[in-house]
Design a protein around this ligand. Structure first.
Ligand code: PLP
Length: 452
């Protein structure tokens, strides 16, 4: 019997268990996403924004394949939790949501990143996808597309309040209004929204950044005044990402756009931990050991000998690497190997005869694998080939010794977002609690072989 660092998964049926075993045959690592957790996180966000006043709608931001969690299953779970909007960067993702059968009766969809010269605006308008207008080029192209299709384009005017990325600046807004007004009057454009994005809302502990967010909010209001003065009154104003949704109720406006909170994380560990916000990480990444062996003292592990064993020990191989999206910057260095550098690698939960232990990436992360020093004899620890180890999961607290994506982010000097969006689709994605979370009709929209 192989040991597992995880509790036994609860399968919905024998077919669910067969799907799991098939995934183990296909690949030595699996991403397991709990759809009930995604739904509950969304439900919580809907409650948060409707506590003080409201009504405020919530957009589930599902760009980048739902931050690596899987676009369609995540979108459906977000809708089950009360989201009424879905947000994606790329046009193809918006079209994929509609093609999966998520109609306007279920969700408005907004898309905001493209090459305006080539974007499939006609198809987007036909499919009732809302469009961000951030440049005059996009404005003209969307106008052409709306005329060609013979249907008004639903647009959200993007304004740059200090992020320095997309959107009309205060200097450009009059030119935009000059072009927008006649199109709105003619019915070529339906001006639905005014929106912008915050740069530093995730640093409530840095007063300079709090001031900067205040300035962005004031600028957002100034844009509204400028639009209103010219007779443009967008019905839906939206500004808040996760950080502002959780910490700035005064700028929830008509709609909020949380991304990372849906997946169960706060925007920055400086804001606290997921549980402080009643959020729970939905993704677990597990893998099965491909080799366990004894190595002598003084042996280098992996490329570059940046980690050298300090005693006779056992080393285990975890068969995922940077080609799977495991950051090479989460490599582990020790003084024997890397001289003056001592840096813990990414954490891995391993089940042993002495209970669960956290081991760390030892040496450099390779393309398809990395090594962990078990710091003991594997036989004594009862660690064997085929055992399931956990790279990260919901993070059930210090006593339980379970890493989450924030821990990997710290080891890799990045943010949790990059930990899960970088995971490659070659790792099978499996879904827990689909039957408990989704209607039969929605279940039918999913790849049945992915359901546990
Ligand atoms: C990604 C994104 C969001 C969500 O950001 P989180 O920090 O994940 O909540 C919201 N709005 C825009 C425009 C985005 O690009």
């Amino acid at each position: 019997m192989s040991l597992s660092a995880l509790p036994q998964w609860q399968f919905s049926s024998e077919q669910g268990e067969r799907n799991y075993l098939q995934a183990l045959r296909e690949y030595p690592a699996q991403i397991i996403v709990d759809l009930a957790t995604l739904r509950d996180n969304m439900r919580h966000l809907v409650n948060v924004v409707n506590q003080e006043g409201g009504p405020t709608q919530v957009m589930g931001v599902v760009k980048a394949d739902a931050y690596g969690h899987g676009l369609i299953p995540t979108a459906l779970a977000a809708l089950a939790g009360g989201a009424t909007w879905l947000g994606v960067a790329q046009a193809r993702e918006a079209l994929a949501l509609r093609a999966a059968g998520i109609g306007v009766d279920r969700a408005r969809i907004l898309t905001w990143v493209n090459n305006p010269l080539r974007a499939p605006y006609e198809e987007l308008i036909e499919q009732d996808v809302d469009l961000s207008v951030a440049t005059m080029t996009a404005l003209h192209r969307i106008e052409q597309a709306a005329r060609a299709v013979g249907k008004p384009a639903r647009v959200h005017i993007k304004v740059d309040t200090g992020f320095g990325r997309n959107g009309f600046t205060l200097e450009q807004i009059d030119e935009a209004i000059d072009a927008l007004l006649p199109l709105a009057q003619e019915g070529v454009f339906e001006i639905v929204g005014q929106w912008s994005h915050l740069a530093v809302a995730d640093a409530p502990d840095v007063s300079e950044f709090v001031d900067e967010t205040d300035t962005q909010i004031a600028t957002f209001e100034e844009f509204t005044e400028r639009l209103n003065a010219r007779g443009i009154t967008p019905q839906i104003r939206h500004l808040a990402n996760t950080a502002a949704t959780l910490s700035r109720p005064q700028i929830h406006y008509d709609l909020v756009r949380p991304g990372v909170a849906l997946y169960g994380y706060e925007a920055d560990p400086a804001m606290g931990t997921p549980s402080q916000y009643q959020l729970k990480p939905a993704m677990t990444l597990q893998a099965q050991l491909s080799s366990v062996k004894t190595v002598d003292a003084g042996e280098g592990l992996s490329y570059g000998r940046v980690y050298v064993t300090d005693k006779r020990t056992s080393a285990a191989i975890i068969p995922v690497g940077y080609a799977d999206g495991i950051h090479r910057s989460a490599s582990g260095f020790n003084e024997l190997g890397a001289k003056h550098v001592n840096k813990l690698g990414g954490p891995v939960r391993v089940m042993t005869a002495d209970g669960a232990k956290i081991m760390h990436v030892s040496g450099r992360v390779c393309m398809d694998q990395f090594i962990i020093d078990l710091h003991d004899d594997a036989e004594r620890l009862n660690v064997h080939i085929g055992d399931t180890v956990e790279l990260f999961g919901p993070g059930r607290g210090a006593d339980y010794l379970e890493p989450n994506a924030d821990d990997w982010a710290q080891a890799a000097d990045t943010i949790s977002y990059e930990i899960f969006t970088c995971l490659r689709n070659r790792i099978p994605h499996l879904y827990l609690n689909a039957y408990e979370t989704l209607s039969d009709e929605d279940i039918a929209k999913l790849d049945q072989s992915t359901l546990l």
